[in-house]
Design a binder for this molecule. Structure first.
Ligand code: PGA
Length: 250
C-alpha cells in the first residue's frame, strides 16, 4: 500500500498573532493538491485563533509540545487535552531543541506520547543524531535507542496515529541538509527498527525528514523510497516557500 505524503510546518517561537494568522491564511488558500497531508504547528498562544483561520481548509493544526498529564498543578505547562480542546490534531514530541536544549529524556518523551495519544492527538515523534554521534559512528545506535524508547508501549494499531520525524541535529536550522542518500539510509534503518516490533505494519508508518528542508531540496529528498514527507522549520515561515515545498511534494 502506498503511503501518503505528510508535510508539517514547525513555526517554533516565531510569528505574532497577526503574522501567524496571515501565514496560516496564505497557506490554506494556496494549497492546490489535496492528496498531501498538511499541518502547521504555531506557538501555543496562537493555536485557538489559528484554528479559526484554518476552519474548513485542508491544513490541520498541530502543537509543538505538551506536558505528559491531563491536568494538574504544573505551572506553565499545557496538556494534550487542552490542545485537543482548541482544535489540534497533532503534537510534536521529542524535538531536538527540547531533548538537547532542555534536557528532555526518552522516558519523558515517551510519557508525553502516550498521554497525547490517549487525549486523541496524533503524534509526531522526532529523533535524530547529533554531529558528534555521526562523526563517532554512533548514528544507528542513537536512532535505534530513540526509536525503541520513544515507541515503548505502543501497540501496532497506533501506526496510523504516529509519525516519526528523522531530524539529524546537525541539519536543523544550519542550512546543511542530509543528502538524499543519507536520509534514505536513516529512514530505511528506522523502518527496519520499527518492523522488529510491529512487523509488516512498519511499512505503513510515515517517516518525515527534517533539517533545512526547502523548496530546492525537498523533491529529491522525497523521491527516496522511505521518505514520506518533511517537518519544516525555517522554510515554513514564508508562505511562498512552504507552498513551493507542497508543490514539489505533489
Ligand atoms: P529547519 O528546522 O527546517 O529550520 O532546519 C526543522 C525542525 O527543527 O523541525
Amino acid at each position: 500500500m502506498a503511503r501518503s505524503k505528510f508535510i508539517a510546518g514547525n513555526w517554533k517561537m516565531f510569528t505574532s498573532a497577526a503574522s501567524g494568522a496571515a501565514l496560516a491564511r496564505a497557506i490554506s488558500k494556496g494549497i492546490t493538491d489535496d492528496r498531501i497531508r498538511v499541518a502547521v504547528c504555531p506557538p501555543f498562544p496562537y493555536l485557538a485563533s489559528i484554528a479559526e483561520v484554518l476552519r474548513g481548509s485542508k491544513v490541520e493544526l498541530g502543537a509543538q509540545n505538551c506536558y505528559p498529564a491531563v491536568e494538574g498543578a504544573y505551572t506553565g505547562e499545557v496538556s494534550p487535552t487542552m490542545l485537543r480542546d482548541v482544535g489540534c490534531r497533532y503534537v510534536i514530541v521529542g524535538h531536538s531543541e527540547r531533548r538537547h536544549g532542555l534536557g528532555e529524556s526518552d522516558e519523558f518523551i515517551n510519557k508525553k506520547l502516550h498521554t497525547a495519544i490517549e487525549a486523541g492527538l496524533d503524534v509526531i515523534l522526532c529523533i535524530g543524531e547529533t554531529l558528534t554521534d555521526r562523526e563517532s559512528g554512533k548514528t544507528f545506535d542513537v536512532l535505534s535507542s530513540q526509536v525503541s524508547a520513544g515507541l515503548k508501549g505502543c501497540a501496532v494499531e497506533l501506526v496510523d496515529r504516529l509519525t516519526i520525524a528523522y531530524e539529524p541535529v546537525w541539519a536543523i536550522g544550519t542550512g546543511r541538509t542530509a543528502t538524499p542518500a543519507q536520509a534514505q539510509e536513516a529512514h530505511r534503518f528506522i523502518r527496519d527498527e520499527v518492523a522488529k516490533v510491529w512487523g509488516e505494519a512498519a511499512d505503513q508508518l510515515l517517516i518525515q525528514y527534517g533539517g533545512s528542508a526547502k523548496p530546492e531540496n525537498v523533491k529529491e529528498l522525497l523521491s527516496q523510497a522511505d521518505v514520506d514527507g518533511a517537518l519544516v522549520g525555517g522554510a515554513s515561515l514564508k508562505p511562498e516557500q512552504f507552498l513551493a515545498i507542497l508543490a514539489a511534494t505533489a
